[in-house]
Design a protein around this ligand. Structure first.
Ligand code: ADP
Ligand code: GLC
Length: 483
């Protein structure tokens, strides 16, 4: 069959606007899918950063009234991405974080902002643009999840997919927001957006989409359970045959230690010794004492999800074992404070940089010996994949995508040369502590450690296999449509 046309809808896309892994995924997938016969066009909000990046754009549609103001749809290409930018000044022309105001709280009109994004996606899906009819509308996370709802309740036939990147973010609003959505009244029902008496954007998308994906096979199973389903488990179980767990890959061009400008020294699998120069650069940047002992890093949002409070309780033990930690993160103020306190208690052994620094995250992968990812839950996780590619050994909780992407260094896996990291029971401080001890023992045997690094670097973390699965899913949906 000819090329499949997919309209991706997302609130974030790398390299234009990123708060987490979602942007990495939506930024990398289109390029890979192009090799699988899928042409992706991506609809994103016209935040200032996005509008500033437009060199040449063409206005392809005008909405005189879109949730409280006029808006334009601009077609453009940036960084190899085929984009439709929704320039709705009253909704998106605000600096800073895409979801939060300067007070750190959600923008009060987030319901309107992301209903508008989804509504426009459904308009494009039904074919309002001249010369462009997508076969599939693919919505990422709650911010785009109303797109399938608009399509379904307005009777448009184009197929839809919703991808859950994180079930913890659901886009739930009071029932009073329903009227402004402009949906038929029967959309306020268990088959639509109604959710415990309110309006649920992600819930609506999950109820209406023709297929649901999430970002790892283990998370796909976990979210059907009471423990991880966050209230959606019943709905997800009822739609189980439409649910696919497709593990994320990474952009191996952006993340390549052989040609990475952010590193002090580039290297590859044959020159791992050069990582030491990066270690020295990290020590300087994080005010750490210089030594050749085990250096851990963390690159993370500082939130409950990431289990970093459990790490805080184990920091004294980590330092007592002779290891050091360089942490780059931002988020929860209390957690930030706790890491700063630990830094004061252990000068030269724990270094903390708060904030968001893409280049520094590369350096940490290129020079730390191991990365800690103690998440309570982790739909996929990307930092452990970057770490694998950079020969930085992942020490991870056994949950979601972490469980799917790392091979624990148990005796059998070590003997088979298959081990790539260390895994421990999630949400368990004692298990984390035991993992730190195990990691120290592995590190002490430098030959074994180098074998772990090399096995990690040989792991296929590219998008190839998963892009094949997305392409197959799209094809199945499109063929189902024509029969
Ligand atoms: P999540 O999306 O839940 O935050 P992921 O592991 O999927 O977790 O993706 C996080 C992404 O954000 C990675 O690309 C990671 O390198 C990046 N990241 C997180 N915190 C920071 C930070 N403080 N500075 C730079 N990059 C960060
Ligand atoms: C979410 C998840 C993370 C995942 C990312 C990209 O932010 O928390 O685990 O890797 O989305 O899919």
């Amino acid at each position: 069959m000819s090329e499949i046309k997919v309209l991706a809808v997302t609130p974030e896309i790398f390299p234009l606007i990123k708060t987490g892994g979602l942007a990495d995924v939506t930024g990398a997938l289109p390029g890979v899918l192009a090799d699988h016969g899928v042409a992706v066009r991506t609809l994103i909000p016209g935040y200032p950063k996005v509008l500033e990046a437009i060199v040449e754009g063409q206005e392809v549609y005008h909405f005189p009234h879109l949730f409280g103001g006029a808006a334009n749809l601009i077609a453009t290409k940036i960084a190899g991405l085929d984009l439709l930018v929704l320039d709705a000044p009253h909704l998106f022309r605000r600096p800073g974080n895409p979801y939060l105001g300067p007070d750190g709280k959600d923008w009060p009109d987030n319901p309107q902002r992301f209903a508008a994004l989804a509504c426009v996606a459904s308009e494009v899906g039904r074919g309002v643009l001249e010369g462009y009819q997508p076969d599939i509308v693919h919505a990422h996370d709650w911010q785009a999840a109303l797109a399938p709802v608009y399509l379904y309740f307005n009777g448009h036939r184009v197929k839809s997919v919703v991808t859950v990147h994180n079930l913890a973010f659901q886009g739930q609003f009071p029932a009073s927001e329903f009227a402004m959505l402009g949906l038929p009244v029967d959309a306020f029902s268990m088959h639509g957006v109604e959710y415990y008496g309110g309006v649920g954007y992600l819930k609506g998308g999950l109820a209406c989409a023709d297929a649901i994906t999430t970002v790892s096979p283990t998370y796909a199973e976990e979210i059907c359970t009471h423990a991880f389903g966050m209230g959606m488990q019943g709905l997800l179980r009822s739609r189980h045959e439409l649910l696919h767990g497709i593990v994320n890959g990474i952009d191996t061009k952006v993340w390549n230690p052989a040609i990475d400008d952010a590193l002090a020294h580039c290297y590859d699998i044959r020159s791992l010794g050069r990582r030491l120069f990066n270690k020295r650069a990290i020590e300087k940047r994080f005010n750490l004492q210089e030594d050749d002992g085990l250096l851990y890093c963390v690159v993370s949002r500082l939130t409950w999800q990431k289990g970093l409070d459990i790490l805080v309780s184990n920091l004294d033990a980590l330092v007592a074992s002779g290891a050091r930690l360089a942490l780059l993160g931002s988020g929860d103020a209390e957690l930030e404070q706790q890491f700063h306190d630990a830094c004061l208690r252990h000068p030269g052994r724990i270094g903390v940089v708060t904030g968001y620094d893409e280049a520094l995250s590369h350096l940490l992968m290129g020079g730390s010996d191991a990365i800690l990812v103690p998440s309570r839950f982790e739909p996929c996780g990307l930092t452990q994949l970057y770490a694998l590619r950079y020969g930085c050994v992942p020490v991870v909780a056994r949950t979601g995508g972490l469980a799917d992407t790392i091979v624990d260094a148990n005796q059998a896996a070590l003997a088979a040369g298959a081990a790539t990291g260390v895994m421990f029971q999630s949400a368990d401080g004692a298990a984390l502590n035991a993992a730190l001890e195990r990691t120290a023992r592995l590190y002490a045997d430098r030959k074994l450690w180098a074998a772990l690094q090399r096995a990690g670097m040989k792991t296929d973390v590219s998008w190839d296999a998963s892009a094949t699965r997305y392409a197959a899913l799209y094809l199945e949906l499109v063929e189902g449509q024509s029969t």
